[in-house]
Design a protein around this ligand. Structure first.
Ligand code: SF4
Length: 292
């Protein structure tokens, strides 16, 4: 629970606040971008503006619920039941955002795909009972796709509850993931089902994987993300733990695939036409080449 005594000085005065447990994961800024902002001095998020309407209060409460470190609080102890029930939040055609970020995944976004062939959980949300119950009502989890070793958090609890097949690149296997049911080997794309393609994208980590669903939705972990305004694509050498040269080659290989959405672990979402997505990827690669 957030502590009013640890409220950051930059918070706008009023009910909602962020305390010093913030890990700057960006979750709140994506859920309620008009209410939360980053304080450069603190290197953390703060409430930039208090919510004014019921709709804004709901977004603030959804950020509170999703925060991985319980760094967001409400002096009035706002009732968050509606915010809890808002997750998983529909994005498009059966694709949902899970909220309930896990500190063990550094607050990375996770997603639920509701599909006839069995639902897919992409990366691990917090194993919060209300979220797991909602996922169960949506049909449970058949597959848990783990984009890379950093975003696995509560994977074992989801596997235990839903009996799902977890999928991870063999190159990112660690002690905590040795029991994963299916490891993807090598650098060639692997069809997991007729509408699910695992695409190795080494770079951020040796075993980073992207998941292409239905030829439209590309789940990218920490390999690729949308810009703040959602009109461009980004990737960064500063958060590349394995090889920037490999990551650049992996980005180039994505030019062979059509997709309309980029749904990342960290960073913004991108949505456009497949032509627009290709142009955005080419634009990113051009910027990378110019920067050397
Ligand atoms: S969601 Fe929580 S931890 Fe993440 S940036 Fe916001 S306040 Fe900080």
């Amino acid at each position: 629970m957030a502590r009013a005594a640890a409220r950051l000085a930059e918070n706008a005065s009023g009910d909602f606040f962020v305390d010093d447990a913030c890990i700057d994961c960006e979750t709140c800024r994506h859920i309620a971008p008009s209410l939360f902002a980053r304080s450069a001095r603190a290197g953390m998020s703060v409430v930039a503006r208090q919510p004014q309407s019921d709709a804004e209060r709901l977004r603030a409460k959804m950020a509170l619920v999703a925060c991985p470190t319980s760094a967001i609080g409400s002096v009035s102890k706002a009732d968050v039941r509606e915010a809890v029930d808002a997750f998983p939040e529909p994005i498009d055609s059966g694709v949902h955002y899970c909220g309930f970020a896990a500190e063990g995944s550094y607050g990375a976004s996770s997603y639920l795909i509701v599909r006839p062939g069995g639902n897919v959980l992409v990366d691990s949300p917090r194993a919060a009972a209300p979220l797991m119950d909602r996922i169960e009502r949506l049909g449970g989890v058949a597959f848990m796709f783990l984009s890379h070793r950093d975003d696995v958090a509560d994977h074992a609890k989801y596997a235990q509850r839903f009996g799902c097949t977890r999928i991870l690149a063999a190159a990112d296997r660690e002690a905590g993931t040795r029991d994963v049911e299916r490891f993807v080997e090598g650098d060639e794309p692997v069809a997991l089902a007729h509408d699910l393609l695992a695409i190795p994208v080494p770079g951020h980590t040796r075993g980073s994987l992207a998941l292409l669903y239905a030829g439209r939705y590309l789940f990218t972990g920490d390999h690729l993300w949308g810009s703040e305004r959602g009109d461009a694509l980004g990737a960064s050498r500063s958060v590349c733990w394995y090889s920037w040269a490999e990551q650049t080659r992996s980005l180039e290989r994505l030019l062979a695939f059509d997709f309309e959405w980029v749904l990342p672990g960290h960073g913004g979402r991108f949505h456009g036409t497949s032509t627009g997505a290709r142009a955005a990827l080419e634009g990113l690669l051009a910027r990378i080449r110019r920067s050397g």
